[in-house]
Design a protein around this ligand. Structure first.
Ligand SMILES: [Zn+2]
Length: 234
């Protein structure tokens, strides 16, 4: 019922606006390691800045985890090999040979966050496309300081410039959600509100006031199984 039958699809299109300058390093790992100096921003084949869908998904996911935990709903830590919900129940599924059945079992054993954003054994219901720049690019540079990994002190001679995408830059934004159940429809609405409100930050150096973004001019198209039937003339 999860993977092989169409129930609904939400297609959200909008414009992502940089409320602060954004720095998404060209290594696109978005590492929090202050020693890692990736000074140039990630660019597409045109040389224009690009915001990977995986980066936006990552920040929405961790924000949503904290929201659910705050509301007393269990949300696992997917990066934690032992405590990730799908890993914990792995034993149960280890003899299952049918991959679809296995994925369904994993889904059932998963927390609300993995069900929506994806677990180790199944894809998430939310898909974030990469965001491409609208209009001409505007870059700036900021001073950065290298930090010594061992001591946490400023490294001598480790000053460097890093590139940022200017505030007010606009990007395409495209998000889809498939086969949401009733609870997940509410979650989706909640996530859309957070995207609209500019509560989230993407990329590196967010502690330096970078990365805040909002999605405006949102248009959501909902395709239901009923619509599909009509389209097919059934
Ligand atoms: Zn989980």
């Amino acid at each position: 019922m999860l993977f092989d039958k169409f129930e609904n699809k939400y297609i959200l299109k909008g414009t992502l606006v940089a409320l602060d300058p954004i720095h998404i390093g060209s290594s696109s790992k978005n590492t929090l390691d202050p020693v890692d100096v990736d000074s140039a921003v990630l660019k597409d084949s045109r040389g224009y800045p690009v915001i990977p869908g995986s980066s936006v998904k990552g920040v929405v996911r961790s924000w949503f985890e904290s929201v659910l935990r705050g509301a007393g709903v269990f949300a696992c830590d997917v990066l934690d090999n032992k405590n990730c919900c799908t890993a914990k129940e792995e034993e149960k599924r280890k003899d299952c040979k049918d991959l679809r059945e296995k994925a369904e079992m994993a889904y059932k054993d998963s927390c609300e966050v993995c069900r929506l954003f994806g677990g180790r054994e199944f894809a998430g219901k939310l898909k974030f496309k990469d965001s491409y720049l609208i209009g001409e690019p505007s870059f700036e540079f900021r001073d950065g300081v290298g930090i010594d990994r061992e001591t946490g002190a400023v490294k001598k001679g480790a000053k460097y410039d890093f590139e940022i995408i200017s505030k007010d830059s606009e990007f395409s934004f495209y998000l889809t959600a498939e086969n949401l159940d009733e609870k997940q429809k509410k979650y989706f609405e909640f996530i859309v509100e957070a995207l609209k409100n500019g509560e989230l930050s993407v990329g590196g150096k967010t502690s330096r006031g970078l990365g805040r973004f909002a999605v405006k001019d949102i248009n959501i198209e909902i395709v239901t199984a009923e619509d599909m039937k009509k389209r097919l003339g059934l």
